[in-house]
Design a protein around this ligand. Structure first.
Ligand code: SF4
Ligand code: SF4
Length: 736
């Protein structure tokens, strides 16, 4: 489209008091701008009307709004069919720099130049619409409490749902549990009709098709286009789905892996899951000889919260043991029942169950390292009682129940199992588990598994994006996502169903899911120059690029989250978005006015991730925490989209230093695109070559990770860096 550019400068929110607006408008005059206007409150009805009139009457189709941060008022400054850029004069200039200062004015002018350079390169994105028909159907994998809740939530919202369960009946683990602990009912316990109610509702819902005894053979495509092959009773069929809820649940931690001191393997030492089966089968007895179990001990955190076994808390074991202890008391009121615990965790109203167990005579023993052994008669537990401060012995026990934790079904990957397999062992897979690769069997270049994070859970970003996996359109819910009880699992199923619906609706409009929800751009590949190097297919964090047999990338736009990591990875620089490209950022950098060394005004380029670092800079402005006036910030979709050419260009144009601000990465990462900032750091290790070629000091480039709450660290980081740059001296390329 032929661009006709209008620049609109707001003088409200202190902008007009801090800057010379006429001088700023003069910058627009130096560019090919049709209209440049200012308004006292641009976001007001009148201010917006001013812009709308120019669109309608003057044919303005490219708009630069020089006002507040692009993170606010994005719905207000939205004009259909126009290219728009926001120049952040408020938070990142006048609220973070002294008013009326020459440097503040220079900063504002640079940002306006950069905005103009940006729109000059930008094109209007067109939403991705595949040639084949997209589906709005939801696939739910797993027919337990979570899966059934997800299916009901999506079906009630009007979506067709297919529920696939591997076993012959719906209900999952809970269907065999006689009495469950959810709150607040009947002092904490109720008979298990929640599961039968759910089964009835699912089976009776007109929008839900149920396949039990069924398996997913393969899953190809992406959101809106998931082509899934399902097999049942020896036959198979294919169906297209819009999104998938993964509710495959958990399996008990393998007790054979426990510390021998806990006694697993001795007669009459069982797990909570064994105990549950025992109750369902009719009564609490000694497994060895069927004799009465009058002295029973429950050992909590059996392997849990222990870095050597299961490092996390499974959240339900304390409650389950309390419930089971009460069951012993119910079946035999004069039984001696002990709970040996590290800490009791009974949050919220479940505290009532704890009190009830105390009232009914259950004896609580606080002990960090109990030892279970065979005694003269029955079993013995020894350990140090924390509260009385003495060694204690509980003997003549008929039954010891170990509260083992929950392991997500996704954690059984081939690599994990191979690593766990000891010499001579046949099979490391627990009997009732299928491999991660067999759950969905993804036909992705990046492999058939849903990627897992710490401890085997398939989440994507545990802080910001619950229900996300690292495969767009696949939403884990329930105990496969994190350990939880029934009440949470019901909510979780509904939550994941809502995410699935959100994804379906967005991809039908050709839009990205979050964090760039609503973005209609997608990466385009100039294939004539592709060298089949595979960097893009390997580095895409979401498996959004497949590959043909000749290693040509095959982008899958509905899987894409528009992070631009592929753009940063491509050595040929042939991947770009209509509104984000290597050339566009390069032009913005070149638009920075670099004063010569005699003016003693160094320039520092800050490439800031728009997810955490950029908002943190905004917050520093909101709190009026000033920072160095030499900095010029360019927001990036993700630091992983950073191309080294930008650094080389910046330094060779005389900019004195470059700071990269990315999200934290590692196990407790916060990178919104999983590994973008980590990849940027890896790429940065190669910058030395460029610096050597330019005969520049390595200290001129710095990488920092910040979270959104680090706004108070930013001025220190930028000030320190600026001091270091001044120590090194001006960039010798100034003026060339
Ligand atoms: S790297 Fe990011 S932008 Fe590129 S294909 Fe993957 S998800 Fe999309
Ligand atoms: S990174 Fe670039 S050159 Fe390499 S395969 Fe991908 S598109 Fe082709």
């Amino acid at each position: 489209m032929e661009k006709k550019t209008g620049v609109y400068i707001c003088s409200g929110c202190g902008i007009g008091d801090a800057l010379n607006i006429d001088q700023l408008a003069g910058i627009a005059g130096e560019h090919n701008v049709a209209i440049c206007k200012n308004h006292a409150v641009l976001c007001s009805k009148e201010g917006l009307q001013l812009i709308r009139n120019d669109i309608e009457q003057e044919g303005i189709n490219t708009i630069v709004i020089a006002a507040c941060s692009p993170r606010v008022m994005y719905d207000v400054f939205s004009f259909d069919g126009c290219i728009i850029d926001r120049v952040n004069l408020r938070e990142q200039v006048v609220w973070s720099q002294p008013p009326g200062d020459e440097n503040t004015q220079m900063m504002a002018e640079d940002y306006l130049r950069m905005g103009l350079a940006k729109v000059n390169r930008m094109e209007l994105p067109e939403p991705y619409k595949p040639d084949i028909e997209m589906s709005k159907d939801v696939l739910v994998v797993g027919g337990g409490v979570t899966g059934m809740s997800a299916a009901l939530a999506a079906a009630s919202a009007g979506y067709r749902v297919t529920l696939v369960e591997k076993s012959s009946e719906l209900g999952g683990f809970q269907k065999d549990v006689k009495e469950i602990a959810t709150f607040p009912y009947k002092k904490g316990l109720q008979s298990n009709n929640i599961v039968s109610d759910l089964i009835q509702k699912v089976q009776g819902h007109e929008n839900i098709r149920v396949y039990t005894g069924a398996k997913i053979e393969s899953t190809a495509g992406g959101p809106g286009l998931f082509d899934v092959k399902i097999s049942q009773n020896g036959s198979s069929f294919e169906h297209r789905f819009g999104a998938i809820v993964l509710a495959t649940g958990w399996v008990p931690y393998d007790p054979t892996k426990l510390d021998k001191r806990l006694g697993y393997g001795l007669s009459n030492v069982i797990t909570s899951v064994d105990f549950e089966r025992m109750v369902a089968e009719g009564g609490i007895k000694r497994p060895k000889d069927g004799g009465e179990a009058k002295n029973v001990a429950f050992v909590l955190c059996a392997g849990s919260r222990d870095p050597n076994y299961l490092p996390y808390c499974s959240t339900v074991c304390c409650l389950t043991s309390l419930k089971q202890a009460l069951e012993v008391k119910r079946q035999s009121p004069d039984a001696n029942v002990f709970i040996v615990y590290k800490e009791m965790r009974t949050p919220g109203q479940s505290e009532d169950l704890y009190r009830r167990a105390q009232e009914e005579g259950v004896i609580f023993v606080r002990c960090q390292n109990p030892e279970v052994s065979k005694g003269a008669q029955g079993l013995t537990i020894k350990g140090f009682e924390d509260l009385v401060g003495e060694e204690i012995v509980i003997d003549d026990l008929d039954l010891v129940v170990l509260a083992t934790g929950m392991v997500p079904t996704t954690s059984f990957g081939e690599n994990v199992l191979a690593a766990e397999k000891k010499e001579g062992e046949e099979e490391a897979v627990p009997a009732d588990v299928i491999l991660n690769s067999d759950i969905l069997n993804l036909q992705y270049r990046q492999g058939p598994e849903v990627p897992i994070l710490k401890y085997g859970f398939p989440d994507s970003h545990f802080i910001c994006f619950p229900y996300e996996s690292r495969r767009t359109g696949i939403y884990p819910a329930g105990c496969v996502r994190r350990p939880m009880g029934i009440a949470s699992a019901i909510e979780d199923g509904a939550g994941a169903a809502m995410k699935a619906i959100q994804c379906i609706e967005l991809v039908h409009k050709g839009m990205a899911v979050h964090p760039r929800a609503g973005d209609t751009s997608f990466p385009e590949f100039f294939m004539q120059r592709c060298t089949q190097c595979k960097r893009c297919t390997v580095e895409c964090p979401f498996g959004a690029i497949n590959e043909d047999e000749k290693a040509n990338p095959l982008p899958q736009p509905t899987r894409c989250r528009r992070c631009g990591v592929c753009m940063g990875a491509c050595p040929e620089r042939i991947i770009s978005f209509k509104n984000y490209s290597v050339g566009m950022i390069g032009d913005m950098i070149k638009a920075i006015n670099v004063p010569d060394e005699y003016e003693e005004k160094p320039r520092i380029l800050v490439l800031a991730c728009e997810n955490d670092a950029y908002p943190a800079l905004d917050m520093a402005g909101v709190r009026r925490m000033g920072y160095n006036p030499w900095v010029r910030v360019v927001p990036l979709r993700c630091l992983g989209s950073m191309n080294l050419i930008w650094i080389a260009d910046a330094l060779s144009s005389g900019i004195d230093g470059v700071v990269l601000l990315g999200c934290k990465y590692g196990d407790d990462y916060q990178c919104h695109f999983i590994k973008g900032s980590e990849l940027a750091n890896i790429r940065l290790s190669k910058i030395k070559e460029t610096l050597d070629r330019l005969a520049l000091e390595s200290d001129r480039v710095r990488f920092e990770t910040v979270s959104i709450s680090d706004y108070d660290r930013l001025s220190k980081i930028l000030d320190e860096f600026s001091e270091r740059v001044q120590e090194i001296g001006p960039n010798p390329y100034k003026g060339f």
